[in-house]
Design a protein. Structure first.
Length: 183
């Protein structure tokens, strides 16, 4: 059965580090839709038992960042698709680390040196408030094959053309208006 924790345990950290997919959920403070996004790649780092960091790439929109600017609550979820069932959720408060800031470059260097800093959109840092497990008995068994390279190839192409920041600005105006990209 499910258990609650104040922080991530070493066993939970190990579980997170071995997952190929995670989900993040945010919502605006008032009315509005809840955003649930699946994420992949080597984009999530456990900073410590109370802190997660996630490097975010450009895509179809930027609802997570826009929600966090309004309401900092965020939930992460991982599911075991292997033999031992488990669902793990981390609840917390997130903040958006703007691209091209000193904090952004420090986090990129410390946790994401394998990712070119110009190819990311921003970084989220989350202070964990609580952690919860549940059984996961109904989660299907599935086998990991490989990462999709579609987003990586698209990002590399936009970056090599010097057009990634232009794409971000065009498709994410609310965030850009509040926090303009400064090179």
């Amino acid at each position: 059965m499910g258990k609650q924790f104040r922080e991530l345990t070493e066993e939970q950290i190990h579980f997170i580090q071995n997952q190929h997919i995670f989900f993040i959920t945010t919502a605006p403070s008032g009315d509005g839709r809840i955003n649930l996004s699946p994420k992949g790649y080597d984009s999530l780092k456990v900073v410590n038992n109370h802190t997660l960091s996630y490097v975010d790439f450009a895509g179809s929109g930027n609802e997570t960042a826009n929600h966090l600017l309004d309401n900092p609550r965020i939930t992460f979820m991982w599911c075991s698709f292997e033999q031992k069932p488990l669902i793990l959720r981390a609840y917390g408060y997130g903040k958006v680390i703007k691209k091209y800031t000193d904090e952004y470059f420090t986090l990129m260097e410390d946790y994401y040196a394998h990712i070119p800093s110009e190819s990311a959109r921003q970084i989220f840092v989350v202070d964990i408030e609580s952690v919860q497990t549940s059984c996961g008995f109904a989660i299907p068994l599935m086998e990991y094959v490989d990462d999709r390279e579609t987003l990586s190839a698209w990002t590399k192409n936009k970056t090599s053309q010097g057009k990634l920041d232009e794409y971000i600005k065009k498709h994410e105006p609310r965030l850009d208006e509040k926090y303009p990209l400064n090179k």
